[in-house]
Design a protein around this ligand. Structure first.
Ligand code: ADE
Ligand code: ZN
Length: 329
């Protein structure tokens, strides 16, 4: 055999990795959206799959969220949630993902009359299948931060019968105007139930929101965290405490968090010694699953093979499967 160079795409495909920032509802491909709409008698404001894809041009997070909540309204039965999660988990396995910590947004379903048990049972069935194929999966329940503290508490109470199926809780949806501190008491209650804590922060919101997620909510991981780089003391804290960032390059590009992938901070995060990871966020909306995120950002910021390997290793180190709850937490 000669000395064949391994291409970055081969390295990315073959390396074991964990996905820590995937909203399962964000993996709803337009084809499945149409199938489920037909099956469930839901009308969509689009005439074709191509027209849906053309509508996915976002100026900011809110423009995406509006279509994201609209799209997921086709999910109604246990079978729908099974099909959604099963399709994502099969794609993840094909991308060399060995472990998934999967977000879901129960309030986006219970708020339109779908019982929590319907989605819990559909997701669980897909998760069991995935484990049988050798990919471990845990669930993180996200509270919608544009809703009230009371509604988050009601959701946590409703979820108590399913505690043994939940790894943790997170915080997502419209960031600016909804600081982590709004959910301080809900997160304290979730921690008392033994749940692990994460939160989206610093995607559009300021570094102060990342501080609040750490200091007030006590999260163990920050989802996104891009804007943390604006604050040197915050960078030092994230580095010294090995707080992972679950970064989502194609999401950042689609939602204009970065103007250009070449300006993406992933490489700077590694250079600063941060425990950064690469994830897909909402792959059906942003143009690619985890390996596509790796390939596109690695090319754009000229990451070496060693850089790619560091990011993959970080994802395994940053997973809750690898980290016991923080002392004192
Ligand atoms: N929900 C789904 N994707 C999200 C994102 N990138 N930010 C905030 N909330 C979300
Ligand atoms: Zn997200």
């Amino acid at each position: 055999m000669g000395h064949q160079t391994t291409s970055p795409a081969d390295v990315i495909r073959d390396i074991p990795k964990a996905e820590l920032h995937i909203h399962v509802e964000g993996s709803l491909e337009p084809e499945m959206m149409f199938d489920l709409a037909r099956r469930n008698g839901v009308s969509l404001p689009y005439r074709s799959v191509e027209k849906v894809r053309r509508a996915y041009a976002f100026a900011n997070l809110q423009e995406f969220l509006d279509l994201y909540y609209q799209g997921m309204a086709v999910l109604q039965t246990e079978e729908d949630f099974f099909a959604l999660a099963d399709a994502y988990l099969r794609r993840a396995a094909a991308d060399g993902v060995v472990h998934v910590e999967m977000f879901f947004d129960p309030q986006a379903h219970t708020g339109r009359g779908v019982p929590l048990g319907t989605l819990m049972d559909g997701l669980e069935r897909a998760i069991v299948r995935s484990r049988e194929r050798g990919v471990s999966v845990s669930l993180i329940l996200c509270f919608l931060r544009h809703l009230t503290e009371r509604e988050a508490f009601e959701t946590l109470e409703e979820a108590e019968p399913y505690l043994d199926r939940l790894l943790g809780v997170g915080l997502d949806s419209s960031e600016v105007g909804h600081p982590p501190s709004k959910f301080a008491r809900v997160f304290a209650a979730a921690r008392d139930l033994g749940l692990r804590l994460v939160a989206h922060a610093g995607e559009e919101g300021p570094p102060e929101y990342v501080w609040e997620a750490l200091e007030i909510l006590g999260v163990e991981r920050i989802d996104h965290g891009n804007r943390a780089l604006e604050d040197d003391a915050l960078v030092a804290r994230l580095r010294d405490d090995r707080i992972p960032l679950t970064v989502c390059p194609l999401s950042n590009l689609a939602l204009r968090v970065v103007d250009d992938l070449a300006a993406h901070p992933i490489r700077r995060m590694l250079d600063l010694g941060l425990l950064a990871t690469v994830n897909s966020d909402d792959p059906a909306y942003f143009g690619g699953y985890i390996n596509e995120n790796f390939r596109r950002v690695a090319e754009a910021v000229d990451l070496s093979t060693a850089g790619i390997e560091t990011l993959a290793r970080n994802s395994l180190d940053a997973s809750f499967a690898a980290r016991s709850p923080r002392a004192g937490a």
